[in-house]
Design a protein around this ligand. Structure first.
Ligand SMILES: Cc1cc2nc3c(=O)[nH]c(=O)nc-3n(C[C@H](O)[C@H](O)[C@H](O)COP(=O)(O)O)c2cc1C
Length: 214
């Protein structure tokens, strides 16, 4: 049984946090502890009208209030197998980088760091300022895994879900949770076959579908 802490902060991209919760919820060997900031809840209503707060909370085994500094996850004596902050606002990144445990997300992350447990941050902002980059570098140097929600296109995403799933696959991989949420790169032969299947009439016969290397 793995115990994972998920923090959702008020950056855009609430769907990444929700999709991770859905994937973890589907795994009977995972216990999920969830904390959402005030602005995460606002963004949920702005970005994901199909998901009520109760629907999101139901995906976790334990839900803690962001102001509850007495919650289990605020203590280093609470053992877990990884914490993910997804999406992570620049305010939350700054709070963690400076050790400012101003809410339960930042406090639980601070504790995760001091106990040398796995911490994954999914920062969302664009463009990044020097302050943002400096804070992320500070965290990376402390062993925090910075996994921005930057889409890949070699897997030919067709929908927003495809793009979201690709990043969430990476999060699950880093947590050591087996998944097949998104297609993986399986070499040029597989990529050529996928291109042919996607646009059979778009290429003249005999012409290479994917540029030859070299
Ligand atoms: C609709 C909306 C989108 C936002 N998107 C971002 C974002 O992508 N990145 C970011 O750093 N802050 C974003 N913010 C601002 C944060 O919500 C704000 O800095 C907040 O104080 C973060 O607090 P938290 O980290 O405790 O959730 C957004 C705010 C709103 C209302």
């Amino acid at each position: 049984m793995k115990r994972i802490v998920v923090g959702i902060s008020g950056a855009s991209g609430t769907i990444y946090g929700v999709r991770l919760l859905e994937a973890l919820h589907a795994d009977p060997d995972v216990e999920v502890h969830l904390v959402m900031s005030k602005w995460a809840k606002v963004n949920l209503s702005v970005e994901l009208p199909d998901y009520t707060l109760d629907r999101v909370k139901a995906l976790a085994d334990v839900v803690d209030d962001a102001n509850d500094m007495g919650a289990t996850i605020s203590s280093g004596s609470f053992r877990h197998d990884g914490m993910v902050i997804v999406p992570a606002s620049m305010k939350t990144v700054a709070a963690i980088a400076t050790g400012l445990g101003d809410n339960l997300i930042a406090r639980a992350a601070d504790v995760t760091l001091k106990e040398h447990r796995q911490l994954i941050v999914v920062p969302r902002e664009s463009p990044f300022s020097q302050i943002h980059l400096q804070n992320m570098l500070t965290l990376a140097r402390m062993g925090v895994e910075i996994i921005p929600p930057i889409p890949a296109f070699y897997n030919q995403p067709k929908t927003v879900d495809d793009i979201v799933n690709h990043t969430v696959m990476k999060l699950l991989d880093r947590l050591g949770i087996d998944n097949s949420l998104s297609p993986r790169w399986e070499g040029f032969e597989a990529a050529r076959a996928a291109v042919k299947q996607a646009v059979p009439a778009a290429r003249p016969a005999g012409e290479s579908d994917i540029a030859e290397v070299g």
